[in-house]
Ligand binder design. Structure first.
Ligand SMILES: Nc1ncnc2c1ncn2[C@@H]1O[C@H](COP(=O)(O)OP(=O)(O)OP(=O)(O)O)[C@@H](O)[C@H]1O
Ligand SMILES: [Mg+2]
Length: 251
């Protein structure tokens, strides 16, 4: 059985048009998945729908055998599904440690919170050095690490991360991708990632979904997807052009 199973999901904002037309996909436990697709394809909307930020208008979302489509975001979080959004949304005037404790608000046990804090500090040593620093004074890369660390405080089974390398220098992106690569292999956490830096995103993933105009257009194994001329011509050229214009490059 798949860990996460979406069947014919349709979703949109308020009374507006459908953004996700009819999305079906399956995610197996312990693997890393990357969603690619042009700007406005509905990639972030898909993760917002799975995490309960917007409710699906139609279709089924099943996580580990539990139908989560009608649940609230906090209920979905307590099922073990966490979401690190594109804008990272930290508590700016709280310290690194306080942000982590907030991330563990579902965990009541003080000792467990201390254990988890130590665990994420081991994973992100740079955060340990800055445990008393206010979040808003940290660099973009450190803020991305903190956003991921805070999500890890609930010990998620599925971690969804929206564009972790956005606006970051290549070296710090590499550190972030290094950690993302270890989530599944070392910690057994299933990862669903959105990444504009297609090459990097694919490198750390096992499987790739291509989304366009609110529908899944294609999917396949990460190690061969770039050999497919349809992906190359239709999406990769377009994406590479878009990212280069944004100044981030594709390397
Ligand atoms: N809060 C919102 N209210 C109304 N429409 C929205 C909202 N957020 C996104 N949209 C619309 O949904 C569509 C898909 O947006 P989405 O953010 O999911 O795309 P994306 O694939 O993540 O793009 P990008 O690569 O630019 O992040 C867009 O047309 C966008 O204008
Ligand atoms: Mg997006």
């Amino acid at each position: 059985m798949a860990l996460l199973d979406l069947t014919n999901v349709r979703a949109g904002y308020g009374t507006g048009p459908d953004i996700l037309a009819d999305v079906s996909l399956e995610i197996e436990e312990g693997r890393t998945y990357c969603i690619i697709g042009p700007n406005g394809a509905g990639k972030s909307t898909l993760l917002k729908t799975i995490s309960g930020v917007i409710p699906p208008r139609e279709g089924e979302i099943v996580f580990d055998g539990v139908s989560i489509g009608a649940l609230r975001p906090d209920q979905i979080l307590s099922e073990g599904v966490c979401f690190v959004p594109q804008d990272r949304t930290l508590f700016p005037e709280m310290t690194v440690r306080e942000n982590l404790v907030m991330g563990a608000y579902l965990v009541r046990d003080r000792k467990l919170i201390d254990e988890r804090t130590q665990f994420v500090f081991d994973l992100f040593p740079q955060l340990a050095e800055r445990s008393s620093q206010m979040a808003q004074t940290m660099s973009g890369g450190e803020q991305q690490m903190l956003a991921m660390a805070r999500a890890l405080m609930i010990k998620p089974r599925l971690m969804m991360i929206d564009e972790p390398s956005l606006g970051l220098a290549p070296q710090i992106s590499d550190t972030i991708f290094g950690t993302i690569g270890r989530l599944a292999t070392d910690l057994g956490i299933t990862v669903l990632l959105i990444e504009q830096n297609v090459k990097k995103g694919i490198e750390v993933s096992d499987w790739v979904f291509v989304l366009d105009l609110g529908s899944k257009r294609f999917e396949g194994p990460a190690d061969t997807i770039l050999d497919d001329p349809r992906i190359r011509d239709l999406y990769l050229g377009k994406l590479a052009g878009a990212t280069q214009k944004g100044g981030e490059g594709t390397e």
